[in-house]
Design a protein around this ligand. Structure first.
Ligand code: DER
Length: 236
């Protein structure tokens, strides 16, 4: 299809321009587009690729690396104070300022870990993903939460102006909610197209219950009220 061709073309261009065969660590994201990135790396047939450690962003990402016969290295096995030379990953939507919505594949936690530990983050996406504003084509922001925090975070999101915030169900693939590679739930929070996505991301990531933040109990609720005020201010 033309979308698959667009993914493949984007992946080949990304590898041509940003993959260095002499790199030591390369981050590999999740989803379908990243498969074309790995295929483009293999197509280089550069013997130095065999010496690279490819850092996965979850089970599916690790399967893609291993299936290609490449060396994988778990994120927590990276030597301390070591940066990943370059990380390639997909996204669900990207705006003109390169803000991304991540998490369509429920792998956003490790994707963000790897991206933050990389010198360079290369987002590889077909034409459908680029929109002037986030939440134009892609309708919700995926948020990874500890199961215990679902009610608090859902309440917080509604307070931040989300029009609906539901735990992602497995539907045909699994009875009940899906679990991430970290054994957490995903809440898909719908918002109107974002005016200032960076502020929303900052506000959302401030919530202690979001995976990766140190939980601070009742403080978290207080923070959320602040966030609601902040978001309301943004939306005017
Ligand atoms: O979950 C994510 O953010 C992934 O990068 C993913 O949604 C991109 O998937 P795709 O390459 O299959 O569109």
């Amino acid at each position: 299809s033309d979308i698959e061709l667009a993914k493949r073309n984007a992946a080949q261009k990304a590898v041509e321009e940003h993959f260095d065969p002499s790199a030591r660590y390369v981050g590999i994201g999740s989803g379908s587009t990243i498969v074309y990135v790995v295929e483009a790396i293999q197509a280089l047939k550069d013997p130095r690729v065999a010496n690279i450690y490819f850092v996965p962003t979850g089970y599916q990402s690790r399967q893609v690396i291993l299936k290609a016969g490449l060396k994988d290295l778990k994120f927590d096995s990276l030597p301390t104070n070591t940066l990943i030379d370059v990380a390639f990953d997909g996204a669900d939507e990207i705006d003109d300022d390169l803000n991304c919505i991540k998490g369509g594949g429920a792998c956003l936690y490790q994707e963000k870990l790897v991206a933050t530990q990389a010198r360079k983050f290369i987002c590889v996406a077909d034409y459908r993903k680029l929109q002037t504003r986030l939440l134009t084509f892609w309708k919700y922001i995926p948020i990874e939460v500890e199961p215990l925090a679902v009610r608090t975070v859902t309440t917080a999101l509604m307070g931040l102006g989300s029009t609906s915030a539901e735990v992602r169900e497995g539907h045909m693939a699994k009875a009940g909610p899906i679990k991430t590679d970290q054994d957490n739930f995903i809440i898909d929070a719908c918002f109107k197209p974002l005016i200032l996505p960076v502020d929303v991301e900052k506000s959302l990531s401030l919530h202690p219950a979001q995976k990766g933040m140190s939980g601070r109990g009742e403080d978290g609720v207080w923070e959320v009220k602040e966030l609601a005020r902040e978001i309301k201010a943004i939306e005017g």
